[in-house]
Design a protein around this ligand. Structure first.
Ligand SMILES: NC(=O)c1ccc[n+]([C@@H]2O[C@H](COP(=O)([O-])OP(=O)(O)OC[C@H]3O[C@@H](n4cnc5c(N)ncnc54)[C@H](O)[C@@H]3O)[C@@H](O)[C@H]2O)c1
Length: 273
């Protein structure tokens, strides 16, 4: 893979964010700032990434962040610039699941606000502060052998969900907030395409992570069996499979792709039930 730059990974302490950090380290990244509200988990990921890194000058650090608080995001991005200088990739995986599954008429406003604060405010803040830095970075050739491809100042990958583009019963806080994540990604992609920055969204179905386990505990009727209904490949996605899509969108193999919602879903999107 062609991912030799520095990455800022939110939610890097667990699940998909952790898998993305480990994949980046394995595939040759030069540095990662693992940021998470759970600093101990971010530290553990940074240590694991260092242990498996293929780039001899690889460095990883952990830093505490609450993606929904502007001062916290500003501090983490400033730390990234101070310690690693350039931000080539931003992988925004911090996120939460619902606390209940209720029809719209009974949906809780406070739960709606919690999901909007985490996913919508978080995606807005992380993207806007990262893009402000990327915009000022030197343009690097996408491929020195093909000058026609122009230059890149960075690539941002946000975690959406299959529920960023369609709906399912009982999940209005999650669905509304993930639709907004996609809206932010698409707008950022258009706004910054001319600066050599790409912004994309990865949209998985159920992924086998701690978030899935927490969802099973609070969503009546959801278990490993029922989660598979509607997924033609008849299994859960793995965090590694999502990280493969993330690395593709970070690197130059996706140099003409921006503003997309990439399903990673075993066919769920084309076979909704
Ligand atoms: N697991 C799935 O089935 C699934 C499916 C589709 C989309 N997603 C999305 O993928 C992303 C990652 O999910 P995951 O399954 O890896 O979950 P996870 O719970 O394993 O990891 C999420 C990480 O985000 C961190 N986090 C949560 N709120 C934060 C905040 N305010 N500030 C900083 N860090 C915070 C947590 O501490 C945790 O380390 C989420 O956006 C989720 O909505 C997950």
């Amino acid at each position: 893979m062609d991912v030799t730059g520095n990455a800022f990974v939110t939610g890097g302490g667990s699940g998909i964010g952790k898998a993305a950090c480990l994949a980046l380290a394995k595939e040759g990244a030069s540095g990662i700032l693992v940021v998470d509200i759970n600093v101990k988990a971010a530290e553990a990921t940074a240590a694991e990434a260092i242990a498996i890194a293929s780039n001899p000058s690889f460095r990883a650090e952990a830093f505490g962040i609450d993606v929904s608080v502007e001062e916290s995001v500003k501090k983490a991005v400033a730390h990234m610039v101070q310690s690693f200088e350039r931000i080539d990739y931003c992988v925004h995986c911090a996120g939460i699941t619902v606390q209940s599954a209720t029809p719209m008429a009974e949906a809780s406003f406070s739960e709606f606000q919690t999901l909007v604060t985490n996913h919508v405010h978080g995606t807005f803040l992380v993207n806007s502060h990262i893009l402000a830095v990327m915009k000022t970075q030197e343009l690097k050739p996408v491929d020195t052998a093909t000058p026609y491809l122009g230059g890149t100042r960075g690539s941002v990958v946000n975690l959406g969900s299959v529920l960023a583009t369609w709906a399912a019963p009982g999940f209005v806080p999650y669905i509304a907030s993930k639709h907004a994540v996609l809206g932010i990604s698409r707008t950022a992609a258009i706004d910054h395409a001319g600066s050599g920055i790409r912004v994309n969204c990865v949209c998985p179905t159920w992924v086998d992570t701690p978030l899935f386990d927490r969802s099973v505990k609070v969503i009546p009727g959801l278990d490993r069996e029922t989660a598979l209904s509607g997924i033609p490949m008849n299994r859960l996605c793995t965090a590694k499979e999502v990280s493969d899509a993330i690395l593709f969108l970070c690197g130059t193999r996706s140099s003409f792709i921006t503003g997309i919602a990439l399903p990673v879903d075993g066919g769920h999107d084309i076979c909704r039930v």
